[in-house]
Design a protein around this ligand. Structure first.
Ligand SMILES: NC(=O)c1ccc[n+]([C@@H]2O[C@H](COP(=O)([O-])OP(=O)(O)OC[C@H]3O[C@@H](n4cnc5c(N)ncnc54)[C@H](OP(=O)(O)O)[C@@H]3O)[C@@H](O)[C@H]2O)c1
Length: 321
């Protein structure tokens, strides 16, 4: 479902993790189309090289770089204060940055929150809430969360989102795994998408989640993985689509009229709205579930878990919001 009509108005767009991979390709895409892009990156030194390249390639001078560590509530707050002063408006917010460092040990941020959850869930929540009023002032506000087909693990009915071991030292029964934390964080981000879309309905802010099945990873990204993860990812990478493919999907979802009446949906790489799995799937549905391209685990629709997550995000950020 690709819309060939779109809002032609020039938009102001924030893209987190804009210095590499899909975020970099998306920044270039929005720049080429003449929009104002705020590249929110944790390294200004690294980001400025990419920013210069995008300005040169697009001939668009409205490409700005701002420091943002999506895992840090202090950095997010400082970013939002600067953002208000410097830009004062926002139409599109793309939560692209993610902590993916498979094989790494358990890590926490400055607030003692596990780094995968802090970066991939709490960061997008806090950043969106802090900028919500600016989004509400846009006549076509859209928030896009970068999802992953890793949530397919939740087709296993025994799998539960663990929200109890996110603060402080790791005390789980099984050895800590970034892969599992990443899987959980992407399910949590999808649940947050659904809940946030409901919460933001009255403000006219639409919220989407794009299920990414694979996009070529840079050498820098692969280097973040330890053995055997970088070998596995390196082989997968041979079959992955170029990052520009996913960048085009970001662009379609955020600008196309086809999505202007849609919110709170999971969208696949074919730009189709995905549907939840059935309670008792037949053979055909089981095959579709395995490929995961049209169906998502119905666990994501669990409103009790969405509520628990929503309250947790609010509590972990509220004192300082
Ligand atoms: N590529 C795939 O196959 C695939 C599959 C499923 C989902 N996804 C999702 O797609 C999105 C983009 O991934 P990608 O493949 O393009 O990965 P990537 O090339 O590694 O890009 C990730 C970006 O996020 C940034 N980042 C990480 N932690 C950050 C933090 N705390 N604050 C600010 N920025 C931070 C990185 O910055 P640094 O350069 O400073 O590290 C980098 O720019 C992610 O949400 C990922 O989960 C990707």
């Amino acid at each position: 479902m690709v819309g060939n009509t779109r809002n032609m108005k020039k938009r102001t767009v924030i893209i987190t993790g804009a210095n590499s991979g899909i975020g970099k390709a998306a920044s270039l895409k929005f720049a080429m189309e003449g929009h104002t892009v705020i590249m929110a990156c944790r390294s200004l030194q690294h980001g400025s090289v990419i920013q210069d390249g995008i300005i040169a390639a697009s001939n668009n001078k409205n490409i700005f770089l701002e420091e943002l560590d999506a895992s840090s509530s202090a950095s997010i707050r400082a970013f939002c204060t600067r953002y208000r002063d410097r830009y004062g408006k926002l139409d599109i917010l793309i939560h692209n940055a993610a902590y993916i460092d498979h094989g790494s040990p358990h890590r926490v941020n400055d607030d003692q929150i596990e780094l995968t959850f802090a970066t991939n869930v709490l960061g997008p929540y806090l950043l969106t809430m802090k900028l919500k009023d600016l989004l509400a002032g846009s006549n076509d506000a859209r928030v896009l969360n970068a999802g992953s087909n890793i949530i397919k693990h939740y087709f296993n009915p025994k799998l539960e989102l663990e929200l109890d071991n996110l603060i402080g030292a790791y005390t789980g029964d099984k050895p800590f795994s970034v892969y599992n934390s990443y899987r959980n964080s992407k399910m949590a981000l999808l649940m947050l998408t659904f809940r946030m879309a409901d919460e933001f309905k009255m403000d006219g802010i639409r919220v989407y989640n794009l299920q990414i099945n694979g996009a070529k990873m840079s050498k820098e990204t692969l280097r973040k993985f330890t053995l055997p993860w970088w070998m596995i990812a390196g082989v997968q990478n041979l079959f992955f689509r170029p990052t520009s493919f996913m960048a085009d999907s970001y662009y379609e979802i955020c600008t196309s009229a086809a999505f202007s009446e849609t919110s709170g949906k999971l969208i696949n790489h074919r730009l189709e709205i995905m549907v939840p799995s059935k309670e008792n799937p037949g053979i055909a549905d089981q095959v579709r579930q395995l490929t995961g391209a049209g169906i998502y685990p119905n666990y994501a629709d669990r409103t009790d878990m969405q509520e628990k997550l929503w309250v947790l995000c609010r509590e972990l950020t509220a004192p300082k919001l």
